[in-house]
Structures are given as C-alpha cells and as structure tokens.
Design a protein. Structure first.
Length: 347
C-alpha cells in the first residue's frame, strides 16, 4: 500500500460525514413504561436498542425493556426471535409491552421482547446504508516502524435481501519499506428465508505477505443459519463451497486454482446498559478439496466500548491466520496481530 492510498484512507475516515437532514415529519411515537410519550423519528431497532431522533435533543437511544408500545405509519422489516419476518407499520396495543402489526391483512399483537430487529423500509439509497469505520495506528521512533490498520463494513438492506462490503487492511512500514501486509476485502449478498436461514454469495480478495500470498480471489456459494438470535446476542454458522485462485509472491511459482469448503462460526454480543459494550468474534476453517493436502484457518476478536455516544467506540481487533501448506517463499505458517481502534458507526 503506497502513501497515496494511506492518504485516501485517512481522508475517508476523518472527513465530515455528510449529514442528510430528515425531510419526513417526526410523527412516530414511543410510549414509555412509566407513561411518558416521546414524539420523534423511529430510525431502527437492533440489539435491544431503539435509535430515536427528536427535535432539540437530536438522536437518542431507548432501551427495549423500557418501552410499553410504539406507533409508526412507516413500513418496517420486523425480524422475530422465531425467525419470522414481517413487513408492516406499527400500531399501539392495549396490552402492556405489545405492539400491533398487520399479518396477511389481519391485525396481530406481538410482544416487543420477541422483536430482534426492526428497520424502516426506506426509499432513499443513502438512508439504507449503515456500517462502521475503524482506524488504528502506531509509530515507534526508535525502530522507525509505522503500523496502520483500517477496517469496517458498509451494509445495504432491502426487502428480504442484504448486501455487505467489509474490509480489514493491516500494513506495517519501516522507513519507506513495507514489512508486513494483511488485507481482506469481501462483498456478500444474502437472501433471507424463513426459520432463520439465508442464502449466501460471497466474492473476496485477500493478500498476506507473511504467508506468501500476493493475491487470492474467492467465489463462495452457501448458506447461513442463525442458531441463537435475540435482543442481546447472535450466534450463527455459515457453510459454503469456494472456488479459489491464488497467486504467490514467489515469481517462479504459477497461479493455481482450487476447490475448497468454508465453514464459519460467529458470535456477536451487545450489552445495552451504560457503558455500551459490544463484541464480535468468528472462526473460519477452509479445507482444500483439490491440489496438495491443505487447510487454512482464521480467527478474529473485536471487542469495543462506547465513548461520548453510541456512534463512537474504542476497542481492539485481534486476528490470527494459519496455513498448513503456504506458498513457497512464505515467511511463516501463521500470521497474527492486535490493533487498537477508534470506530465510528453510520446510521
């Protein structure tokens, strides 16, 4: 990664994010369990938190256990604990801690605690995008070593479909020389079905100087199953079949194509009492079906805690990669690192 690329990354992270003023009237209503009524704009609900925008107070977070009911004429995608997905507006219920939705043209009352996610079905492209941008770095004068880590994800949600771009860039420089490089960029598409199943198409690109991989392209087809999904945690598994094209750093070695499997186990947890704490971790195992006997494994751990408000978090990212049969000329069979990060959340 050259210096121009670094400048672009820094520019993207530190520029003032365009603030789009909501044109819709703030006519949504929350009824608190103590009887207070809040008027505003229902932005989203996930991990037990409603993001709520009010005139004068700006954007606030309302914890799910303190909500008696809510009202909104907007159409929402509502994900339930049992895996069902509804598309409906929201009406107040006479029963405590319930809300009324339309199911096949009939009104049905559901428990608020049974709602895992609620996202407005928005018309504006920008408002359908959410995500996180994380930046970390370190400089040592004694060794003249500079480390930069830039990671994040951008999500685009549509009716029954979900798109995500995620990336993790870790580079180290000693003077003007590149000493370490670990890059992963993925683009995925999911189609949601009943019973907490989703289909998956993923296109990925990666490189790792330590493991001797100059370029690796992946095309994966598979499925995602939520084992546990509620207001405070999510545990899910992914299984896929992958076609892989890999080019090593060693010039004398030609590119090779392989067929491999891919199994991923992921866990996310969110504590919504102050201070807000979140943790994401995943373990990937990739056995090769063609070529020489080989498998790869990768582990990531990313805890964070909110500062100032829920849009800013500090934390760290730990990664570990292993290749049982890396390309000739590789420096090692494994690669690992830890980076402190400042994270900003969009929408």
């Amino acid at each position: 990664m050259n210096k121009a690329t670094i400048h672009i990354i820094l520019f993207l992270f530190f520029i003032v994010t365009p603030q789009i003023k909501g044109l819709a009237q703030k006519t949504d209503t929350i009824v608190h369990v103590n009887g207070n009524v809040l008027k505003g704009d229902f932005k989203k609900m996930e991990y037990g938190i409603i993001t709520w925008k009010m005139d004068g107070m700006g954007t606030i977070n309302v914890e799910q256990p303190f909500i008696d009911t809510f009202i909104s004429k907007k159409q929402f995608e509502i994900v339930m604990k049992n895996g069902l997905i509804y598309y409906s507006s929201l009406e107040a219920s006479d029963s405590n801690r319930e809300v009324i939705i339309l199911v096949d043209g009939q009104k049905e009352s559901i428990y608020i605690d049974d709602i895992v996610e609620a996202h407005p079905i928005k018309n504006k492209f920008w408002m359908k995008i959410s995500g996180n941008l994380s930046l970390g770095g370190n400089y040592s004068k004694g060794s003249n070593l500079t480390t930069i880590a830039f990671s994040g994800n951008l999500d685009y949600r549509n009716k029954k479909t979900f798109y995500q771009t995620n990336w993790n860039l870790n580079t180290s420089y000693q003077g003007d020389s590149l000493t370490a490089l670990n890059t992963n960029i993925n683009l995925q598409w999911q189609r949601m079905f009943k019973n907490q199943w989703s289909s998956l198409i993923l296109v990925g690109m990666s490189q790792n100087l330590q493991l001797g991989t100059k370029r690796r392209f992946d095309l994966s087809l598979g499925g995602v199953k939520d084992i546990i999904y509620n207001t405070w945690n999510r545990f899910y598994v992914t299984a896929a079949l992958s076609g892989i094209t890999e080019t090593p750093y060693e010039p004398s070695n030609a590119s090779q194509q392989d067929l491999a499997g891919a199994i991923s186990v992921a866990y996310e947890i969110y504590k919504y009492t102050s201070p807000k704490i979140s943790l994401q971790t995943n373990l990937n195992f990739i056995p090769y079906f063609t070529g020489e006997e080989r498998y790869r494994a990768a582990y990531n751990l990313n805890p964070s805690i909110s500062i100032l408000n829920n849009n800013f978090k500090v934390g760290f990212n730990f990664y570990f990669n292993y290749d049982s049969n890396p390309a000739e000329g590789s420096l090692s069979n494994d690669d690992y690192g830890i980076n402190l990060q400042l994270t900003y959340s969009l929408h």
